[in-house]
Structures are given as C-alpha cells and as structure tokens.
Design a protein around this ligand. Structure first.
Ligand code: ADP
Ligand code: GLC
Length: 492
C-alpha cells in the first residue's frame, strides 16, 4: 500500500512528546513490511535546511481564501534507505521557534491557519510527485483537516481511491478556535456543520477529523474504551460511540533500535536482563554523580521523565502544599530524579523542592540523552497520569529494569501488571484513584517492597526487561485498519 503520514511531529526532526516517536517508528515498521510510506511535516526553524534537499519548483496551494506558495525539502528517514520525509517550508506559518507555541505564546493564535497549510500541502505534494496514496494517515488535531479535505473535496479531484485514517494520540488537545479561522481551511462554509467542525459556536478541528475520517484509531485498547465514556471522552464520547465500529485501539510499540539497554550508547554501562544488577548499579552511580546525590547503592532512585502538564498528574505530585513529593522525600528513604519541562508554576515548584530536599533533584528542560540515563539509573519510574492514551515511558522503564509505579489508566493499564506480594508476580505497582494520598501510598508500597522483598524486585525487574513491545505486531494491525478504510471509505 502507498501510505502518506501527515503529522506535526516526527522524530528525530521535531518532537514534543511520544507522538513524534510513534509516527516515525510506525512508518519504519510499515516500510519494513513492504509498504511505500512517506511522511510530510512542516519545516520548523529548528530543522536545518542544510541537511535537506530542496525539491525543484515551488508548491502552490489554496488554503481557503488565500493563495500560498511554499518550498518543499526532502530527506530520508534515518535508519532507512527509502522512506522519504517531506518538509513544507512556509516562512509565515512555520518560520518560528516552537511546534505549537512559544514561551511567550504557548498556543499560537493562528495554529488552524498554519496547520491548514500543512494539510492542504499534503495533497498538493502528491500531485507534484505524481504519487497518489491509498491511505492518508493523520495524527491528532493539527492534521484532522486532512480527512475532511479528502472527504469533502479532494476525492473528486484525483484522490478517488484514497481512504483516510486518523489516529487519536490525545483527546485532551482538540484545536478549538474562534470560527473566523474557518475561512482559511479550504473547506466550504456549507460543510461547517456537516463535516463536524461546529462546537458551541467555535471551530473544533479534532471533532471534524473524528466525524469525517474513514477509520479512527487510538494508541491503546484501554484508551479506545475510555474515550467513549463521559469520564474519558472530553465531550467527544458521543461521536466516538456513534463511530465505534470504525475505531480501533492499537498499542504503540517501542523502537528498540533506540530504546534497548543492551546497545544504548548513552549509558555508562550497557546491560540486559541476564545481568541487570551489575548494569543497573553502574548506571545508578553515574546518575547519582550527575545529579550530585549521595552515592548509595541501597537507596532506591525514583525517576520521572515527563512533560509537565496536568495530564501527567503533576498537581498531585508537585502542587504547592497539595502535592505528595515533599512527603515522599521526607518520610521515605529514597532519592528522586525528575526531568521535565512545561507548566511554569511546576518548573518553579521543582526548583523550590530541590532547594528544600537533599534527596530530590530536577533537571528542567528537554534532554534526550538524560532521559535514557534516568531510565537506566533509576529503580522505579513514577507516572501517575490523570489519563494516558498509551504512554511510552513506562514501556521504556520496563525494558530498562526500572519498575513502573503508575495509575491504572489507558495504555498504562494495558502494559503494566500489578505486583502480587504473595507470589511476586507482576511488573509494577498500580493504583486507581488519583490523589496525592494514593500516589504516596503506592510509592510507599513500592519502596517497602524494595527494602523487604528484594527477591521479588529482582524477579519483577527481569520479567519487565523481557517484555516484547515490538512494532511489527502494531504495524500489522495498522495494515488491517488501512484495508478496512479502503473497503469502507474510498468510493463508498
Ligand atoms: P506524551 O507523548 O504524552 O508526552 P509519552 O510517554 O507517550 O507521553 O512520550 C513521551 C516521550 O517524550 C518519551 O519519549 C519521553 O522520553 C520524552 N520526553 C518527555 N519529556 C522529556 C524531557 N523533558 N526530556 C527528554 N525527553 C522527554
Ligand atoms: C500522546 C499521548 C501518549 C502517547 C503518545 C504517542 O502524546 O499523551 O500517551 O504515548 O501520544 O501515541
């Protein structure tokens, strides 16, 4: 099949979270399975044009009332020989720092216009390359316009046999803007209601994608169920229930070329499930040195790597006076290492905690290498998400022998199994209700187990490290979804 991935992020070019990892890893896995996969994304300022090849001639497109001219750059996905990645170079839209926003403007006010350029360009680029995809696959609200354009316009203009698939990575971000922006999308006003854009007199980009796409997927089976309920549906549960027969929950995999402790070049010592203890101890010591923590093998390190966003349970962890981190660090014999960036209040709180607590360290920022070192050097990995469509970090943790302490939600529930203190079964520590107390209690339980049942910890660690999260299984499931999209979508 010929598959065009349309996305705002793809690792290693532009990344704000797991979506970027997923898009690239899925594309690579599909390519390995023999499909002709191509990726299109914006050329943000941070992507160096010097490393790309410019395609000849400009790309002209109409985005609603405007005529837009862009350049197109191309390269090949690292690790592959023949997976083309195209970059839409449009100064007005993408010539700035940040994917979705900047510190001064966390959500660019003209995001619907910017991403409309991307989605319209995705179709134009196919014309330019004389290559018509069977599937156009969009990811999250910035690309929700792609299935809408296909359904309400492009199918009549050269894309008769193309079907659309749209993946929900996070229902919490919907792209809701004043409806004045609608005239920049390239979809007639008569479709404002029909295509599903209308949302309390606003423009809701995601909602239109959910309503118009031939097939929908999300990134874990549990999240596929949760989003059809009022608790997890972010008021999209109605549409999603109506379209449940078009919705598949497919668990993300892990790119083990990047996340594999046995060949991870960022680690002080590589290790595998055969020698976890020695490997972990060297990496733990390195982490303690890196963060100027007391060098002590026996004290467990709890690692956290996260966007500092409400979704991740940061209020329960770090909320001033409310969060449980102070108690964790003062009542339990542990060390805590945090890597994250995001909400300014939270960054400030992390600095304050570091000041108060000798066993708490935070690195504020985004640091790929450090994230590997934390996975390798920590004994537990804490992820008390309010909701979690899939979550990649808990899978990385399992593979790196850092036992996850997580809330039983979405992909966390699908990937971590509860510790049984009688038998030692399980791969981590789970809790249901999100509150500072429940997070504290579960951390307490994990730390108690560390000191009192070391054999169980060792067995769980080995079990976690042996888990298989290969992308080949997921890629096969996506191929099935594409087949279904073709049978229900194009020409039907
Ligand atoms: P989400 O996409 O919701 O942020 P995931 O767990 O799916 O959550 O993916 C997060 C990805 O982003 C992981 O690859 C993780 O290592 C990475 N990440 C998040 N914050 C940071 C950070 N501050 N520094 C380095 N990597 C980070
Ligand atoms: C989103 C979700 C996360 C998921 C990632 C990749 O960012 O928040 O849970 O793992 O997308 O699909």
């Amino acid at each position: 099949m010929k598959i065009l991935m349309v996305t705002a992020e793809a690792a290693p070019f532009a990344k704000s979270g797991g979506l970027a990892d997923m898009v690239s890893a899925l594309s690579i896995a599909l390519r390995k399975a023999g499909h002709d996969v191509r990726i299109v994304l914006p050329r943000y300022y941070s992507i160096d044009r010097g490393r790309l090849t410019q395609l000849e001639g400009p790309l002209g497109l109409s985005a609603g009332q405007r005529e837009v001219w862009t350049a197109v750059y191309a390269t090949v996905m690292p690790g592959t020989e023949d997976l083309p990645v195209y970059f839409i170079d449009h100064e007005e839209s993408f010539g700035r720092d940040g994917i979705y926003g900047s510190p001064a403007e966390p959500d660019f006010h003209d995001n619907p216009v910017r991403f409309s350029v991307l989605c319209n360009a995705a179709f134009q680029i196919c014309h330019k390359l004389n290559w018509t995809p069977d599937i156009i696959h969009g990811h999250d609200w910035p690309t929700a316009l792609a299935p809408v354009l296909l359904k309400f316009d492009r199918r009549a203009h050269g894309f008769e046999k193309t079907a659309s698939v749209f993946t929900i990575h996070n229902l919490g971000y919907q792209g809701v803007y004043p409806k004045q922006y609608y005239s920049f999308l390239g979809v007639n006003w008569e479709y404002f209601y029909d295509a599903g854009f209308e949302d309390w007199d606003h423009l809701n980009m995601l909602k239109a994608g959910l309503a118009s796409s031939d097939m929908l997927t999300t990134v874990s089976p549990a999240y596929a169920r949760e989003i059809t309920t009022p608790e997890g549906g972010f008021h999209m549960e109605g549409i999603l229930r109506r379209r449940q027969d078009r919705l598949a929950g497919i668990l993300n995999g892990v790119d083990t070329d990047i996340w594999n402790p046995a060949q991870d070049k960022h680690l002080a010592k590589k290790y595998s499930y055969k020698t976890p203890a020695e490997g972990k101890i060297v990496n733990k010591k390195t982490l303690q040195q890196l963060f100027s923590l007391e060098e002590n093998e026996t004290v467990p390190i709890i690692g956290i790597v996260t966007r500092l966003a409400d979704q991740k349970g940061i209020a329960e962890l770090f909320g001033p006076a409310y969060g449980c981190m102070y108690r964790i660090c003062t009542e339990l014999k542990v060390q805590v290492v945090v890597l994250g960036s995001g909400e300014p209040w939270c960054e400030q709180e992390l600095r304050a905690l570091e000041h108060k607590l000798p066993n708490f360290r935070a690195f504020i920022g985004y640091d790929e290498v450090l994230s590997h070192r934390i996975e390798a050097g920590s004994d537990f990995f804490l992820m008390p998400s309010r909701y979690e469509p899939c979550g990649l970090n808990q899978m990385y943790s399992l593979l790196y022998g850092s036992l996850p302490i997580v809330r039983r939600t979405g992909g966390l529930a699908d990937t971590v199994t509860q510790y049984n203190q009688e038998t030692g079964e399980g791969t981590g520590f789970l809790f249901d209700y999100l509150s500072p107390q429940s997070v504290f209690d579960t951390v307490f339980w994990a730390v108690w187990t560390w000191y009192n049942k070391p054999k169980h910890i060792a067995v769980m660690r080995e079990r976690g490290m042996k888990q298989q999260f290969g992308w080949d299984v997921a890629a096969r499931k996506y191929a099935e979804v594409y087949e279904k999209a073709l049978s229900v979508g194009a020409g039907h």
